[in-house]
Ligand binder design. Structure first.
Ligand code: UDP
Length: 239
């Protein structure tokens, strides 16, 4: 499958059209941004890790009954995916307080919730991805009620699968962001990526941060942290 026209270049990925109108190629870059693009940098090797980790999880999730846009990995950094229309909602599932939740509600990072929380933001860079509730999403026609129900159910299922998987690797899944898309027939499928850019992952024994917070907060050892979690994932299957 050949890359044709560059359709879109985002912060961490490029998307190309192919000769198949139903398929796109996603190419992962090493570029990293944070705080809505205010902080810019690069994490060497990140594109390869994020591509391979995403594809590993998309395959696992398909097996667990979560439909995804994944078709096949083409190379270290490139993957063929089904063309979808992205639902302009960022879905955030949290098991433990961190990041914007801790800041907004004045809760210390690390407080474990009795049950997972789920929240939506409006995927809109100009507005800074504002938090919204279901009735706001309906008022803005971002998705239908049935679609939001499906997205909620699938997101909590993704959390169960990922949390169990990472626990087996000695990693605590703190929170993560998902995006969904609509296929031509309207089916909702999981899209975008699942990687240390979009998940908070803490070493279960030491609490060490093994994700993009090392970049956001200038903690150092960013490349090593990405390599560490990818190594744990690979060892999971080697066992
Ligand atoms: N997240 C993301 N993209 C975003 C915002 C958040 O991938 O635009 C991920 C982030 O990596 C974390 C989770 O979603 O795993 C929750 O992020 P939070 O709302 O705490 O925001 P942050 O503190 O990252 O600004």
């Amino acid at each position: 499958m050949d890359k044709q026209v560059l359709l879109y270049e985002g912060k961490a990925k490029k998307v190309y059209a192919t000769e198949d109108p139903g398929a796109l190629i996603v190419a992962y870059k090493d570029d990293a941004t944070a705080f809505n693009g205010l902080k810019k940098g690069s994490i060497a090797g990140k594109g390869v890790i994020n591509n391979q980790m995403t594809n590993y999880f998309m395959t696992l999730l398909e097996r667990e009954g979560v439909p995804t846009h994944f078709l096949r990995e083409l190379s270290e950094r490139e993957t063929l995916v089904k063309r979808v229309t992205i639902v302009p909602l960022e879905v955030i599932v949290r098991n433990i307080a961190a990041g914007s939740f801790s800041k907004r509600y004045g809760v210390e990072e690390g407080v474990v919730f009795d049950r997972p929380t789920i929240e939506f933001s409006y995927k809109n860079d100009e507005l800074g991805d504002p938090l919204l509730n279901t009735s706001h999403a309906l008022a803005l026609h971002l998705a239908t009620e049935a679609e939001i129900d499906t997205i909620r159910t699938l997101s909590l299922r993704v959390n169960e699968v990922l949390r169990t998987f990472w626990a087996q690797c000695g990693v605590t899944l703190v929170d993560f962001k998902l995006e969904f898309g609509r296929l031509g027939d309207g089916t909702i499928v999981l899209a975008d990526e699942i990687s240390p850019d979009t998940c908070r992952l803490w070493d279960a024994a030491t609490g060490k941060k093994l994700d993009k917070d090392r970049f956001r907060r200038d903690l150092g050892g960013v490349e090593d942290a990405y390599a560490e979690v990818m190594g744990r994932l690979r060892n999971h299957d080697a066992r």
